[in-house]
Design a protein around this ligand. Sequence first.
Ligand code: PLP
Length: 382
Amino acid sequence: MISQRVDSITPSGSVMLAQKVIELRNQGRDIISLSVGEPDFKTPQEILNATKKALDKGETRYSLVHGIPQLREAITKKLWDENQLNVNPEQIVLSHGSKQTLYNIFQTILNPDDEVIIPVPYWVTFPESVKLAGGRPIFVDCPNLQLDPELIEKAITSKTKAIIVNSPNNPSGAVFSPESLKKLSEIVVKNNLILISDEAYERFTYEDLPHLSPASISEEVFQRTLTVHSFSKTYCMTGFRLGYVAGPDWLIKPMIKLQSHLTGNNAPFAQFGALEALQMDPGFFQDMKKIFDQRRKMSFEQYKNIFELEMPQGAFYLFGKMTDDLIKRFGDDEKLAHHILEKAGVALLPGNFFGKPLYLRLSFAASEQDLKEAARRIKEVL
Ligand code: PLP
């Protein structure tokens, strides 16, 4: 009775683990969750005030499908200043989180059995939203958790429609080099494909590493690229559910048509909160990033003797490989994550969820105290 489309997708492993953590806490267990993908900071007060003000002013009705004009206008300035993208407000669509933006993209561009190349490791939602649109995810496992444009090119077939990249990367924390992104963009243009660039963690790069939006490389690349951004991580607005896509008219116009029959529009009062996020003092983010950087270094030191680890260059995750000894003793990452949850009361995500077995993802969007205590407990039970 259930559609083949929905039957074919797997539930989000991270959401299921979050439910398991709630269950264990309800049983009275003391669980440290290092599995979450959201900053542990409060949404800045200025954003809350602007949202409340908009509510009081009556911004509670249906509004424009692709977003309130003031916000799209402010986004064009942000994209120009920070990403060197020259777009107009009609080339932007806001949706309920960049998760929905990705859903909209695949629904808009894919026909049955069209292929989308997804470098491994990947964010859990990419393959499932491709499948929901009737497409086929094609995985390319790139060495050293980096982007390998040549390997990706080898996976192109007559059915390939798009390639998705995510830098800074969830789960690996890698920031792909400008050279590799330029190479990939050339391949996209040469093969007449669409590039989807998920830049949810764009502001989370460390050691002054630059973030490159591939759509800024040339007009030719812009014409084939959908750039996806989110308010969730940078501004601690995960619950506002606001993300957006910027791209050329031929791709954006059909996405607006699709959204007009899906959600209609985002809550206008939430969008006024997002407008304030773009206009407020950037000090809030700079302070948060400093703290994330300290945690990154501290947790790398804490965990480097437990897993095989590279220092992440971006996002807020450590992505560690199981040592040979751990493989011998536990078999795989799901069994190890289960053991650590049951015995140490620490929730980590198995790499298998991200297409990379024998790895574990640990979020350092947690207090220093929790990160240290979790490392102590994990060492004890291993
Ligand atoms: N893209 C990546 C790589 C993510 O990790 C996430 C969330 O974890 C998202 C997109 C979705 O964010 P949101 O839907 O909150 O904008």
